[in-house]
Design a protein. Structure first.
Length: 408
């Protein structure tokens, strides 16, 4: 899979890629179709940046989190939307990875299709913390270890037998948010203002419970989509710590029982043989750019470059417009969801909506259409994700049109 993903990265335009003096992290998702015997890269992301909470956009136009893992996953969502549209088009439905069930009014992922995640670096947060003692049960009652930390979650952040993270603790029981406690929820590392974005370790863990498709697409699917395997590259990654961060830290808690959602346990691998050309090395600085690509038609512009959460190369007068926003932003992915509601009237009936009310649907209300997902997520937060950061409602109640609509 590594050679396939690295080759895809090399095939992309040079625009936005790291220079000889820069490094970045690459993450990708590979789709395997056992029935057709096809394996291909369907999404790819690069990046190491995240914006502070004061720079968050109330219209969903700016990417809050541009870490590679998130860029790859958001690109995957864009790919899913294109495939959903194919499934709902009689002329293209056979080309889609999804099938539409008229009776249940839901989409199903075709049998034999699985997804595999890879990253060229250990995800920031809990997966970065390890000790050479390797006590398998240590994460049950973690003891806080305090170290001088940096603000980047680098594989080089090691001191003696402990590798540490700059990601910041959320639990108020810790007096120092930089304490190196295993199994705890954290927000992203950063030198400046604190971000509201959860660490990549925590986000990967959430996807193992709630699926990688998110709340909006969950409203259209009969069941969640889980990653079958996850592969991480680099000499300093620890299989034990990766497993702890992604699912094992939750087995000590009360069982999460749900009819559809569950604590999924993907196959987790380390690969120290494959090497990414732009991996982090001393004397190189992180690339300021984020990269996003997904397997869609060229006319839809599958490759995007971001700077500070927006599209690269936008003129100043359009800086705060949808044109400056990446296609993987909340704004545009929400627009894709609304487009699907418009072309499939039976969905409007399912959700109790009229066609004229679609444009009056804000992002938060749309996410709540997936009642099963929201009920499961509420329970999962109670059981597994107690300290998950909550974004202010003004950041998630936006519309895709410019008209300010009274919620009343």
């Amino acid at each position: 899979m590594a050679s396939m993903c690295f080759a895809k990265f090399e095939s992309l335009p040079k625009t936005g890629k790291p220079t000889d003096t820069e490094w970045t992290v690459l993450a990708a998702v590979v789709e395997s179709d056992e029935k057709e015997g096809i394996c291909k890269v369907v999404s790819l992301g690069c990046g190491t940046k995240c914006i502070g909470k004061s720079k968050l956009c109330e219209r969903g136009l700016i990417l809050n989190d541009s870490h590679a893992e998130v860029m790859a996953r958001r690109s995957l969502l864009r790919y899913f939307y294109k495939e959903i549209k194919k499934a709902m088009n009689t002329a293209k439905e056979k080309q889609s990875i999804f099938t539409w069930c008229e009776k249940r009014r839901k989409l199903y992922l075709k049998t034999g299709i699985t997804y595999h995640f890879l990253s060229t670096q250990t995800p920031c947060g809990d997966a970065c913390i390890k000790t050479s003692s390797n006590h398998s049960q240590e994460y049950h009652e973690p003891k806080a270890k305090k170290l001088k930390t940096t603000n980047e979650c680098d594989s080089d952040n090691s001191l003696g037998d402990l590798v540490y993270t700059g990601a910041k603790l959320l639990d108020p029981q810790y007096k120092d948010c930089m304490e190196q406690s295993m199994g705890a929820m954290r927000t992203k590392p950063g030198k400046g203002e604190r971000t509201l974005s959860m660490s990549c370790s925590d986000k990967l863990a959430k996807w193992q419970v709630m699926g990688i498709q998110g709340a909006l697409i969950a409203a259209l699917l009969a069941e969640p989509i889980y990653l079958k395997s996850m592969t991480f590259y680099g000499n300093n990654s620890s299989l034990e710590c990766l497993e702890r961060a992604i699912w094992q830290r939750f087995i000590k808690d009360s069982v999460f029982n749900h009819s559809i959602y569950r604590l999924h346990k993907p196959e987790i691998r380390r690969d120290i043989a494959s090497e990414f050309l732009y991996k982090q090395v001393p004397n190189k600085k992180p690339s300021p750019n984020g990269l996003a690509w997904c397997d869609i038609e060229l006319k839809d512009k599958p490759y995007e470059v971001s700077v500070n959460g927006k599209r690269q190369g936008i003129i100043s007068k359009k800086l705060h417009s949808p044109e400056a926003s990446l296609k993987i932003s909340k704004f545009h992915l929400f627009s894709e969801f609304l487009d699907i509601l418009k072309v499939k009237p039976i969905l409007l009936e399912t959700f109790g909506l009229a066609i004229e009310s679609v444009e009056k649907l804000n992002y938060l209300k749309a996410k709540c259409l997936s009642e099963t997902y929201q009920t499961a997520w509420l329970e999962a937060k109670t059981k597994y994700f107690k300290q998950w950061s909550k974004k202010p409602e003004n950041l998630i109640k936006f519309y895709t049109n410019k008209i300010i609509i009274d919620d009343e």
